[in-house]
Design a protein around this ligand. Structure first.
Ligand code: SF4
Length: 369
């Protein structure tokens, strides 16, 4: 399990090593085709800030070689904001008082129709809070079955599950699972996740092994930028990705680097990542892992998304609502995070095409399941 591998790495020592990287380390990393974790640390270090241009060129080259000039589109559907966890940075936190929503199957079907009216989406991301009793595996399974006729590719972002439950859901149309570790800092993890199942660090971090064991086709991972020193967190994520590729080599992987937005809980980020740093991180990940899908949500502004679409990103959401029922049923309820890119899917498509890239709505067919 990955928790055993992670335990071999000391957080403070890793942070120190990243901070001590020098230009020569960056140049060595840029001269290699296959990077070590140490090379990755050089590319995300402050020393690499002066190498943004060559990093961008290399990132663009590898991305075009593997993915062509394409951006794959997806859309999230939040089906419940009911949550038993207490993540201190999240508006859906159990302690925030507001009317919780668990969409019925009829409402989920209405949401499917509303999304199909928005654009030709085939990749759907079903998102829930974490309430295993009220919206557990049975509920998620039913929701997948309702969505299946409308979309060719179904991914879930829900509480970590047991391996047999992931397997069961793959039999009901599940293609992918996204899970955010939020932070790999074991010592500080419970500051942000003080109660509920999410407070169990090992259960969460080893959930990716369980996905791999269940044969989930695609696994998405991410850390929440704003909690801990981001360079150390993404280094641990790169280590995790390397570990998963070795153990579950048939699986495809994606990474995502959400930067924290103000939420209902009024949590202010501990660290702020600039646009340049986010670009540097994207380039570093692409140079480190040429095949990983790098995804950007509507948390980011249109100008940044247009730019990064040509430099390393491979998938994007558009037209997103981050409240349950937001497309049709309850268009005004509480959002999990505020959207920075409010363009319609058609506008996002037009802007990507203007950059000389193709928008891919469908890259999977049910027939492959
Ligand atoms: S981040 Fe997820 S698990 Fe945590 S409170 Fe929000 S919805 Fe619940």
């Amino acid at each position: 399990m990955f928790s055993e591998e992670l335990a071999k790495y000391d957080w403070e020592e890793t942070t120190r090593q990243i901070q001590h990287k020098r230009p020569a380390d960056v140049e060595t990393a840029l001269g290699k085709e296959h990077l070590t974790l140490d090379d990755f640390m050089a590319l995300i270090s402050p020393a690499a800030a002066a190498y943004l241009e060559p990093m961008a060129r290399l990132s663009r080259r590898y991305t075009q070689e593997r993915f062509g000039k394409t951006i794959s589109m997806y859309i999230p559907m939040y089906i419940t904001n009911s949550c038993t966890n207490s993540c201190i940075y999240c508006g859906f936190n159990h302690h925030n008082k507001f009317d919780r929503v668990i969409l019925t199957m009829e409402q989920i079907e209405d949401e499917c129709k509303a999304i199909r009216a928005l654009g030709p989406f085939e990749n759907l991301l079903l998102v829930t809070g974490e309430n295993p009793r009220a919206a557990g595996v049975d509920y998620i399974e039913q929701a997948l079955k309702v969505c299946r006729p409308y979309f060719n590719n179904l991914t879930i972002e829900v509480m970590p599950l047991a391996s047999e439950d992931y397997y069961r859901l793959t039999q009901s149309g599940l293609n992918g699972v996204v899970c955010f570790q939020e932070t790999y800092n074991r010592a500080n993890y419970n500051i942000y996740h003080p109660a509920g199942m999410k407070s169990k660090f090992e259960w969460r971090v080893n959930g990716f092994d369980r996905m791999g064991q269940a044969g989930v086709h695609k696994i998405g991972m991410g850390v929440l930028i704003g909690l801990e020193e981001w360079r150390t967190d993404v280094t641990m994520m790169a280590l995790h990705l390397q570990y998963l590729r070795k153990h579950y080599w048939k699986t495809r992987y994606s990474v995502n680097f959400p930067r924290m937005c103000p939420s209902e809980g009024h949590f202010q980020p501990n660290v702020v990542m600039t646009d340049r740093e986010l670009a540097q991180l994207t380039f570093a990940f692409r140079i480190f892992d040429h095949d990983v899908d790098i995804s950007f949500s509507t948390r980011e502004k249109p100008s940044f998304r247009n730019h990064i679409a040509t430099l390393g990103a491979t998938s994007m959401s558009a037209g997103s609502k981050t409240d349950p029922g937001g497309y049709h049923t309850y268009p005004q309820s509480l959002e999990q995070f505020s959207v920075s890119d409010e363009r319609t899917p058609a506008q996002v498509e037009a802007d990507i095409r203007r950059e000389g890239y193709e928008v891919v709505w469908k890259d999977w067919d049910k027939i492959f399941d």
